[in-house]
Design a binder for this molecule. Structure first.
Ligand code: AMP
Ligand code: TRP
Length: 329
């Protein structure tokens, strides 16, 4: 039986945080045995917002792949590569741009959102409008059936399916499958301030953070604001520390909840317990990273080998697509 194909990617914007790990990467690691997996460092996507200062792109690419390997991605099992090394992404993006109505791109909710949120950057560019289309090209280039991502990417998968349908309809084919979104159990991980964990909010715990730093960040986490003294009864439903316990400390969860509601455990003590769990969870990742740091030649080899393997699949798709749109002589 042939395995189903998975594609997913992340923009190389620096070290990954726990939201990336719990929202997406963790899932990728689990899927490696049962699917044909391709994971792309989508550096062209990073350029759509970082075009004014691309100086960190290379370094960020290395650091992100190190994070991926530290979490358990295995280049023997998965194809790990860089988008800009496989030119088919650009060619398919161009061909799809011919059939994509502008209005579809303008109404993707992340489009206006991001322009609002990143006011200091000029995102009134052609490339940024095309962000979801480039993402559709990434996925369709491998005719991937399943795309494991965090919840914020759902609208991008929707437009990818619309584009696949439009291509199939216009050229009377069923060439492109409509890819499905695969979400992880943790949909949105909160940051230490309770909002969604995100680098742009400055509320992250990095995957590769040293244990001391992790403890420091846990101490800064917001708890139930109604709780003043340590024996006041607390409300776990509005507490970020409790949200983390529910992910990282399932065994003690019921007990933590009971003790908090009765005011039997103070926030400091509760945070210490969480920090123990979290540092234990991150220890193997941290160790693996220590061993990989500085091994840039090894990372480059993985990416080159990955690009070769991805290119074989991509070239075959492009050959068939050129045939479908009558570009062959
Ligand atoms: P980004 O760094 O925003 O490009 O995200 C890379 C991947 O991590 C995407 O699949 C996101 O959906 C996921 N992700 C990022 N932040 C979070 C979060 N706080 N909770 C859950 N998933 C997240
Ligand atoms: N837009 C995704 C993000 O910000 C990254 C991405 C680009 C992607 N191309 C993709 C994810 C294709 C899945 C499939 O996280």
């Amino acid at each position: 039986m042939t395995k189903k194909t998975i594609f997913s990617g992340m923009r190389p914007t620096g070290r990954l945080q726990l939201g990336n790990l719990l929202g997406a990467l963790d899932n990728w690691v689990k899927l490696q045995d049962d699917y044909r997996c391709l994971f792309g460092v989508v550096d062209w996507h990073a350029l759509t917002t970082a075009y004014e200062d691309p100086s960190q792109l290379q370094e960020n690419t290395y650091q992100m792949v190190i994070d991926w390997l530290s979490a358990g991605l295995d280049p023997e099992k998965s194809i790990i590569f860089r988008q800009s090394d496989v030119k088919g992404h650009a060619e398919l993006h161009l061909l799809l741009s011919m059939i994509t109505p502008l209005s579809w791109l303008e109404r993707v909710p992340t489009y206006k959102d991001q322009i609002q949120q990143l006011k200091e950057k000029n995102l009134g560019t052609y490339g940024f409008l095309g962000y979801p289309l480039l993402m559709a090209a990434d996925i369709l280039l491998y005719r991937a059936e399943t795309v494991p991502v965090g919840e914020d990417q759902v609208p991008h998968l929707e437009i990818t399916r619309e584009i696949a349908r439009r291509f199939n309809y216009l050229y009377q084919t069923d060439y492109f499958p409509e890819p499905e979104t695969m979400l992880n159990e943790v949909k949105i991980l909160p940051g230490i301030d309770g909002r969604k964990m995100s680098k742009s909010y400055g509320n992250t715990i990095d995957m590769s953070e040293a244990p001391d730093e992790v403890r420091k960040k846990v101490r800064q986490m917001v708890t139930d604001p109604g709780r003043i003294r340590k024996d006041d009864p607390g409300n776990p439903d509005v507490c970020t520390v409790y949200a983390f316990h529910s992910i990282f400390n399932a065994e003690e969860l019921a007990e933590v909840e009971r003790a908090c509601r009765r005011g039997e455990i103070g926030c400091v003590q509760c945070k210490n317990r969480l920090a123990d769990r979290l540092t234990a969870f991150l220890a193997p990742i941290y160790e693996k990273r220590q061993a990989l740091e500085g091994q840039l030649d090894y990372i480059r080899d993985i990416l080159q080998e990955g690009a070769k393997r991805a290119s074989v699949i991509a070239e075959q798709t492009m050959d068939e697509v050129r045939e479908i749109v009558n570009l062959k002589l």
